[in-house]
Ligand binder design. Structure first.
Ligand code: PGA
Length: 251
């Protein structure tokens, strides 16, 4: 079964031309490509099988928010998924749990599936706070969804919303040592815990793992029944590696 492979390009590559080359090389079923904002349209035009995602959005729908990008603007260029609450935004750009909740609500209202990232830092893990952090971040992220569903922009009443929840321990990101501690078993264990947290909410969640996912460890994560895919950073910028991951995912 093909699971979800989300390519988080972060602030790469540096030219539209390079983005198009990368997109064409990584174009496959089950893949969600998340390029930087300026390349969304070009990537959309370059892909035939993959789906388009963005790396962030504004919590408001329009107005005086210099530099921000709204859910409706993303939707108008073909974005179907948006990463929200990535640890790099939480750490470097002051993204709070409250902001994450507003962004999730904005995405859902526009009919874009949020890819919500939660995960503990090394320090929090060492202090035994992992579950507490995951619990808080997950609960808060969905705290502004109206109980019983809501009105999707564009008309129809939705009872439940599709969401992707990513367990991405901060200490496992960009280490190239995904197996150092974030083993498939520990990812599955945390995902089981997260399943309990969202139970009862009007969401239909898929759970994925992120943090140094690469061609060597992908298969072991995908073999876990509750892990529906991976969020891939560094390896998604290397076509040879990402293509190997596409093949592993299609087996
Ligand atoms: P990584 O990044 O695969 O390079 O660890 C993942 C992420 O930060 O989303």
């Amino acid at each position: 079964m093909t699971k979800i492979l989300i390519a988080n390009w972060k602030m790469n590559p540096q030219t539209e031309k390079a983005a198009i080359v990368l997109a064409k090389a990584c174009d496959a079923e089950g893949v969600i490509l998340c390029p930087p904002f300026p390349f969304l349209k070009a990537v959309k035009q370059a892909i035939k099988k993959a789906t388009l995602g963005a790396q962030d959005l504004c919590f408001e729908n329009g107005g005086p928010f210099t530099g921000e990008v709204s859910a409706l603007q993303l939707k108008s260029v073909g974005v179907e998924y948006v990463i929200i609450g990535h640890s790099e935004r939480r750490a470097h750009l002051g993204e709070t749990d409250e902001l994450v909740a507003r962004k999730v609500a904005a995405a859902l209202e526009a009919g874009i599936t949020p890819v919500v990232c939660v995960g503990e830092t090394r320090d929090e893990r060492d202090k035994g706070q992992t579950r507490e952090v995951i619990d808080r971040q997950t609960r808060m992220a969905f705290s502004l969804i109206p109980a019983g569903g809501g009105q999707a922009r564009g008309g129809n009443k939705q009872e439940t919303f599709n969401v992707i929840l990513t367990y991405e321990p901060v200490w496992a990101i960009s280490t190239n040592k995904g197996a150092e501690g974030a083993t498939p078993e520990s990812a599955q264990d945390m995902i089981n815990y997260m399943q309990g947290i969202v139970r009862g909410l009007p969401v239909v969640p898929a759970f994925i793992y992120g943090g140094s996912v690469n061609p060597e460890n992908l298969e072991s994560f995908l073999q876990c029944s509750e892990v529906h895919g991976g969020l891939v950073g560094g390896a998604s910028l290397k076509p040879a590696e990402f293509k190997k991951m596409i093949i592993i995912n299609s087996k």
